[in-house]
Design a protein around this ligand. Sequence first.
Ligand code: GUN
Length: 286
Amino acid sequence: MAAIMIDGKAVSGRLRQEMTAEVAAMKAAGITPGLGVVLVGEDPASQVYVRNKMRACEELGIHSQDYRLPGDTTAEALLELIRELNCREDIHGILVQLPLPAQIREEAVIAAIAPEKDVDAFHAKNVGKIVQGNYDFLPCTPAGVLELIRSTGISVAGKECVVVGRSNIVGKPMAMLMLHENATVTICHSRTQSLPEMTRRGDILIVAIGKGKYITGDMVKPGAVVIDVGMNRDENGKLCGDVDFASVEPVAGYLTPVPGGVGPMTITMLMRNTITAARLARKACP
Ligand code: GUN
């Protein structure tokens, strides 16, 4: 039996439609959600991401403004811009595209963003709130994955969920969200012994390790929900996930394709966080 495909584009499209109506209602009430997008340097992948984020804002009626700084920008200059954006009443969300050039410490930049404008949910205060289960923002990729799992109609409570990858952006918050959903959660990583044994336990298997086609069919429990967060190029330059689609598809119950699975959801969740930030907005500056 072949896996049922989880269509990230379709789920994302439905959510964006709802959000478009929400933004229109907010505008009618005098609030236009606004997102400030900061890009330092010329990284081509980052330029594509930033363009897609701004395009999504436009589609939904969200105001967006980009700030493109040269690659040799100093940390102080970037922090100054963030302080300015923290005080802007028309900018409710601030997104600093990562990675940053080597001379700028990412942690210092993340710490400088006002937590109520931190639409990536990277600030320590927001991470702490997520751990406590009392949060305003969820990081965009884990939030998108949760929506995709919900779209299957499979109930998560009590299930074995295995997360492969422990990054601050995906693996760690993802595990926490699944715990809040009452799954029994295991986090695996590059140092995990007997990885196939662990991944085969997962009724839900979420893979974010950044290694192309790493999870093969023999590592998957028959009928499992498999979510592939990876985005890699294979030996022919073709986009591929962390999951080996050809061998997993006959084993899994549900599977996200790459592209067209998690990818479209991430920006949609950024839009949701920007709308939330606009709702939360309070005058924090003089
Ligand atoms: N670079 C890669 N992923 C992300 C993300 O989710 N947010 C930001 N700000 N930069 C990224």
